[in-house]
Write a new protein. Structure first.
Length: 379
């Protein structure tokens, strides 16, 4: 693939205009405007070390437990060393078995990789080994794997569930913080630990009936008290960063303010302060401001991306000049003659950043017709 320097050099050497090959732009991408990293940096001022994909406790336990199982199997074999590829293969196997087992329980379980593993859900068994497995394993390493950085991978380390093994092999090992949680997992899975999937390296076949049975034993939404306590210590214990301790304290303060059993949306909204009647304790005002900044920035990012999506959608129906796009956008967005007047019409003092985000999400789900191009957000 040509670099920008190659293109500049080629342009400088060209004396006449010429036709270029048709552009082949693949659909997709999670950050079309290059704004996501700023959001991550802001989020680190409130909840450093975690992303929005790490929503459950049990995957932390499963991945950490898989690394410990790999270490125990290696010890039993009595070899001086085990190749990292063998250890990683075992951990990848446990991750896939776990996700498979949970999708058999509930296809909307909230774990990454449902579409990728859809094929397994209709099979009687699956062999972890051979070309097919290698392709599946390689395709999920940086995308749908629980250990992928975009999912639970980074948090497993920053929350000190896993650390580099002391032998310098590159393998990972559980920390002292989570030993009780892993013991609870051992107890839950005790009836099944003799199965080759949990007790050996290399090629292994697993029946879907076994995966379904295991799915109940290590169910996603049923973490033990010891797992919950380990996560409390990891998130807000003495070794946690001050920013995260303050972020957790803000969540608890908002929770107590609301009383009862508030929804996640209610908590997020209250943590922003205005327009709610929640007033944070003085020591938590800086983290409240940081949290509110994250929500405003996320609204800004998604609104720009929504506008880009609207433009891309509009030009599918024919070419348009920039002036045409602006005019059509303003007509679709409202009746105001100026942007300032439009903003005055859209402003609602009862709405805050979280409400704006919800408005974006609701309007994103609307069905558009060729005669109704819309940005799809009002706030």
């Amino acid at each position: 693939m040509a670099t920008i320097e190659d293109l500049i050099e080629a342009a400088a050497a060209t004396s006449e205009p010429a036709l270029t090959a048709e552009s082949k732009i693949a659909l997709g991408g999670v950050d079309p405007l290059g704004l996501r990293q700023i959001n991550f940096d802001l989020m680190d001022k409130v909840f450093p070390g975690i992303n929005n994909a790490a929503a459950h406790i049990r995957p932390f336990t499963v991945v950490t437990w898989a690394w410990r199982r790999a270490g125990l199997i290696a010890q039993k074999q009595g070899k001086a060393s085990i190749p990292m590829s063998v250890l990683e293969d075992f951990v990848a196997r446990i991750e896939v078995i776990y996700a498979w087992s949970q999708f058999l329980r509930d296809r909307d379980s909230g774990l990454p990789g449902r579409d990728v593993l859809a094929e397994l859900l209709g099979e009687d068994s699956y062999t972890f080994g051979g070309k097919r497995w290698e392709q599946r394993k390689g395709g999920r390493t940086y995308s749908t794997a629980l250990s992928a950085p975009v999912n639970y991978g980074s948090a497993l380390k920053t929350f000190h569930w896993l650390q580099p093994a002391l032998d310098g092999s590159g393998a990972l090992a559980p920390t002292e913080l989570v030993q009780d949680a892993l013991a609870a997992m051992d107890e839950a899975m005790a009836p099944y630990l003799d199965h080759p999937a949990f007790s050996s390296f290399g090629k292994v076949a697993v029946a879907s009936t076994d995966a379904a049975e295991w799915g109940e034993a290590w169910a996603l939404c049923e973490p033990t008290e010891t797992e919950q306590q380990a996560m409390v210590e990891a998130m807000a214990g003495e070794t946690a960063p001050k920013a995260r301790r303050d972020g957790v304290a803000l969540v608890l303060a908002a929770f107590r303010h609301l009383g009862g059993d508030p929804s996640v949306a209610e908590l997020r909204r209250t943590m922003c302060g205005a327009p709610t009647d929640f007033v944070a304790p003085p020591e938590l005002v800086p983290v409240l401001r940081a949290w509110r900044t994250v929500q405003v920035r996320q609204t800004f990012r998604l609104a720009l991306e929504a506008m880009l999506a609207w433009v891309c959608w509009r030009i599918e129906f024919g070419p348009a000049t920039t002036s045409d796009l602006v005019r059509e956008f303003m007509l679709a967005a409202g009746e105001a003659e100026t942007a300032g007047a439009w903003l005055d019409e859209m402003k609602d003092p009862a709405m805050g950043p979280v409400d704006w985000l919800e408005a974006l999400d609701v309007n994103r789900r609307r069905k558009l017709t060729p005669l109704e191009p819309r940005i799809g957000v009002q706030f």
